[in-house]
Write a protein that binds this ligand. Structure first.
Ligand code: PLP
Length: 321
């Protein structure tokens, strides 16, 4: 794969760890890739993407970044952290409802400027924020929702290369898939590196056909950026959407059970919005016999744990603990 310009921000490689007690309970080998430990501003998968996005921002002479997400966005928190570390300004366009959250607190501590928009007005509000900053003499760099441009997604092709260099070749990789950049990067990387395992995205929000289509397009663009133009069809993209129907950020018994099970069996924290939902799907697939006893399944932990301390989630979880 072509090497793209990068600013080191993450603590890499992230560890791959066995989950022996859960493996024993589930009847197959379960590993975890700890991208919750990428290190910057409480870590998560967006730090990897930001290494490439912010290299591009600096190459373009930007002195600040503008991006968008939900009130409890992990992407926005990690962007604010990376901007602070590089001495760049940061303007976050967050979508309502405006709820107190762990990440929103951290955005403020990191010095980000926050403005609010209705979800439907997100794209327009982002464009407006960029224009407003430029009008005030700043040089803003726009980072898309979830950092999921081909450049951001490329970070996960390199992340797959990192995993393989750790001597780990799982049969299946399971992870939370939302804006699709993580999945697109893994899928593009798999093709370029000859990895033949199953890459199974658990949709957080979108119906499976929508996310599949989105990932196929982004994976094709990402492969081209990495120097090997390749066309992916949506039929080659694996997505499960059983829990997306509850809605984005809605915590059901499935997420609560997954959070408690991983915490109590392995001392490992998942988050209520992304990894808790992905782990719930993994546990469900395991219960349905989707994984064979000789299989090695890798759960790619994408971060998000500050959301455990969002007021609403903390209350729900405290009631279940
Ligand atoms: C953003 C995020 C995801 C989804 O990654 P995408 O690249 O947007 O699909 C998964 N887990 C966590 C914790 C995230 O913050």
């Amino acid at each position: 794969m072509k090497a793209l310009p990068r600013i080191p921000l993450a603590a890499l490689p992230t560890p791959v760890q066995p989950l022996p007690r859960l493996s024993e309970e589930l009847g197959f080998t379960l590993l975890v890739k700890r991208d919750d430990l990428t290190g910057l501003a409480f870590g998560g998968n967006k730090v990897r993407k930001l290494e490439y996005l912010l290299a591009d921002a600096q190459a373009q002479g930007a002195d600040m970044v503008v991006t968008t997400g939900a009130a409890q966005s992990n992407h926005c928190r990690q962007t604010a952290g990376a901007a602070a570390k590089l001495g760049l300004g940061c303007h976050l366009v967050l979508t309502t409802p405006r709820r107190p959250s762990g990440n929103l607190l951290l955005d403020g501590l990191l010095g980000a400027r926050v403005t609010w928009a209705a979800p439907k007005a997100r794209a327009q509000a982002l464009a407006q924020a960029v224009a407003e900053e430029a009008a005030q003499g700043r040089r803003p760099y726009r980072i898309p929702y979830g950092g999921s441009s081909p450049l951001g997604a490329a970070a996960y092709a390199y992340a797959l290369e990192e995993l393989l260099s750790q001597g780990v070749t799982p049969d299946t990789i399971v992870f939370a898939s939302s804006s699709g950049g993580t999945q697109a990067g893994l899928v593009a990387g798999a093709r370029l590196l000859g990895f033949r395992g199953r890459i199974l995205g658990i949709s957080i929000q979108e119906p499976a056909p929508t996310l599949r289509e989105q990932v196929a397009v982004l994976a094709s663009q990402t492969a081209a950026l990495l120097g090997t133009p390749t066309t992916f069809r949506d039929t080659e993209i694996f997505v499960r959407d059983a829990y997306a129907k509850a809605g984005y950020g809605v915590v059901t018994d499935a997420e609560i059970n997954a959070i408690l099970r991983f915490a109590r069996a392995e001392g490992l924290f998942l988050d209520p919005v992304y990894t808790g939902r992905a782990a719930a799907a993994l546990l469900d697939l395991a219960a349905q016999g989707d994984f064979a006893p000789q299989e090695t399944v890798l759960f790619w932990h994408t971060g998000g744990t500050p959301a455990l301390f969002a007021t609403d989630y903390a209350q729900t979880l405290a009631a279940a603990a």
